[in-house]
Design a protein around this ligand. Sequence first.
Ligand code: LCS
Length: 403
Amino acid sequence: MKTKNKGFATKLVHAGDPPDVYGSAVTPIYQTSTFAFESAAQGAARFAGQEQGYIYTRLSNPTIKALEDKLAELEGGYGAVALASGMAAVSTAYTTFLRQGDHMISAQAVYGPSRALAETLFAGFGVETTFVDTSDIANIKAAIRPNTRLLYLETPANPTMSITDIAAASSLAHEHGIITVVDNTFSSPYLQRPLALGADVVLHSLTKFINGHADIVGGALIAREEDIYRKLHHNMVLLGSNMDPHQAFLVTRGVKTLALRIEKAQASARQIATWLESHPQIDWVLYPGLPSFAQYELATRQMDGPGTMMSFGVKGGLRAGITLMNEVKLALLAVSLGGVETLIQHPASMTHAGLSPGARAAAGIPDEMVRFSVGIEDVEDIIADLEQALTKVAELNEAAVAG
Ligand code: LCS
């Protein structure tokens, strides 16, 4: 179905679906590694790019292509590559834009392994990275060098919720011939479309909101322009970082309800963040939908909604945070985010444990920080769960004062 001028929810359901020979309502799983040619000449023509058609699943596959076309349309890009995981997307992006002797500027608050990959493997390949607080554009400007090739942003950032002005950052990068990649995992294209703001590439861990059902890991890169898309595709094929057809089928199924899931969870997240902020056992809450959020104005301007992710500090520090995580019964104590289930986790000992304590402190990830991903359960149940766990925290804090 042609979805070019249709609304976002219509695109979620229909974009990318190729016509099927049997009229199948959903794109089938083409669980095949290879595709037979009718003749040697046809095989040669396909390899030469003179004839459209499939060759081998690492290069492309109809089930994967249907997802890629949907993602490209949702993000407003020329083309997308679907990848084995979000980290496959990060490593394919770094590999595509960085060579020995190059320099990258990265947001300092990014998903732990995205930073670790730059600090270990890519440092070993002779690529230097400067990590800065990209919420202030002046910090990006000050870090630019003649050999800077890549500006890597994550906004809102995991887990600080720190926001970078994508339009201002991309425009500065373009003045210096620097490619801008934006990890849009925390918002999804339903809430934020970085390509329209000037970014060159959007990155996703599809594991999160886009798939939404905690049953696969996957990633994607969506390019604004054809030549960047071709480079990403070329490197995906060489690196073998491609997705599998069965994974693609599940993501295509999951993404259809993205708007419904985010609307429901976001309404709950607004309520939970407001409730937490006024709770006596909570010190602070970081949620872009709260007027107290330092970048509330930028968040409201840049995003179509504040999303479903938040971080907060429990009174009593790390010990109290651990009590909260051990006492919740509905929320799963688990990493990942953006699924239908509410999840709670501890960045300093889990997702961001790979960062040095100094890097965590500089990135604004204190030991007492707890991260919360709001699911689509009834909000009353999520709040009741937090309430009973916070009662245990209060008892602990009172015992500490008494004792
Ligand atoms: N980018 C962001 C912003 C992420 O949060 C993650 C994973 C990735 C990239 C990597 O994606 P993956 O390879 O896992 O699909 N974030 C996780 C998290 O916060 N908890 O567990 C995984």
